[in-house]
Design a binder for this molecule. Structure first.
Ligand code: FES
Length: 349
């Protein structure tokens, strides 16, 4: 190792046997997340205590000073706050790993709209940032509720992946008669403050499976699948993944270039956009019809797959009805539409 290169240590999580490298000048939480080991966190500033665990063997240091949320008694028994602690030797630690959505407590927090981007005639993308160094911990594919002033709430899927959590990304489609989405499309400005609660939902990538994956999105149902795919690519998931994205016309494929790029970069990823009502000006030479029928034409036997479905409930219900006749296994199909009433699903008005 050269004189200027930081020392790298090996961290072992005792309760799971997982190992990952961490450099002497980074905190253990960052190193764990980079290696795909999700340990709990919230403030990332040493004040909330969410990232607490125990150092069973080895030495750590707090170059920023002792974190406020760590009291001397806890420290004496080896408790550490991993968002602040840096390794000074190889370590064996004890910490809870987040493996399922139930491991993360939803919380309420204010967020600022740091960017608003028109993606299509009726879709905007919002980037929301919590104050200070705070981050919202979530699993790719989960959703948040935006809390409105009158007590109502609107659910939106998170479209970013957890490793990229400085800002939360939402795809908001204007729904006919939807007051909140009309407000977002027209009046709401960058820098606006919103309140949200999350993360919620059981729609997240099951990583304890080796099965190939079929994903089906309708409209802004693309959002949570985008988050899952970015997560999968980031962690080098090698399982074959085929995404079908169904919309009406070409103008509704609001981020079409992105999955096309992924398909070029990742040999295990395939992408099929499907238009149900292509317009003459679309000059569309791709697949047409209902997206779930196209998926079935390509994959008439679904028994060996994990299925991830995201879109309007009517579409998901029609799809699962037809998929059942083609060997879909009920315990291997995941959908956000199962969790919502028709008027409050993610992306709803
Ligand atoms: Fe809050 Fe570490 S994440 S103290």
């Amino acid at each position: 190792m050269g004189d200027n290169a930081p020392m790298s240590y090996t961290i072992t999580i005792e309760n799971t046997g997982a190992r990952f490298p961490a450099e002497e000048n980074e905190n253990i939480l960052d190193a764990a997340l980079r290696a795909g080991h999700i340990i709990p966190y919230s403030c990332r500033g040493g004040t909330c205590g969410s990232c607490a665990g125990k150092v069973v063997e080895g030495h750590i240091d707090y170059p920023q000073g002792e974190p406020p949320a760590l009291n001397p008694t806890e420290k004496a028994v080896g408790q550490a706050l991993f968002c602040q602690a840096q390794p000074r030797s190889d370590l064996v630690i004890e910490v809870r790993e987040v493996r399922a959505a139930d491991d993360i407590q939803p919380r309420k927090l204010p967020v600022r709209v740091i960017r608003k981007e028109q993606l299509a005639h009726d879709v905007v993308r919002l980037y929301l940032q919590p104050p200070g160094q705070q981050r919202l911990q979530f699993l790719a594919g989960q959703y948040v509720d935006i809390l409105l002033k009158d007590g109502r709430r609107r659910a939106f899927s998170l479209a970013n992946a957890p490793h990229d959590d400085e800002a939360l990304e939402l795809h908001v489609r204007h729904v006919e008669g939807g007051e909140f989405t009309a407000f977002v499309m027209t009046e709401m400005k960058e820098k606006a403050l919103l309140r949200l609660e999350g993360p919620h939902g059981q729609f997240y990538l099951r990583e304890d499976s080796e099965r190939p994956i079929l994903m089906m999105a309708g409209g802004t149902g693309f959002a949570p699948l985008k988050g899952m795919l970015e997560h999968a690519f980031h962690h080098g998931v090698q399982r074959p993944i085929h995404l079908y994205w169904g919309v009406r016309a070409k103008r509704d494929l609001y981020l079409d270039d992105l999955p096309r790029q992924w398909a070029e970069q990742h040999p295990n990823f395939h992408y099929t956009p499907v238009l149900s009502e292509p317009q003459p000006e679309d000059a569309w030479e791709g697949r047409t019809g209902l997206v779930h029928n196209i998926l079935l034409q390509d994959h008439p036997r679904l028994a060996g797959y994990d299925l991830y479905l995201s879109g309007p409930p009517a579409m998901i219900h029609a799809a699962t009805r037809d998929f059942s006749a083609h060997g879909m296994q009920d315990d291997r199909v995941f959908s956000d539409a199962f969790e919502f009433a028709a008027d409050s699903r993610p992306g709803g008005g």
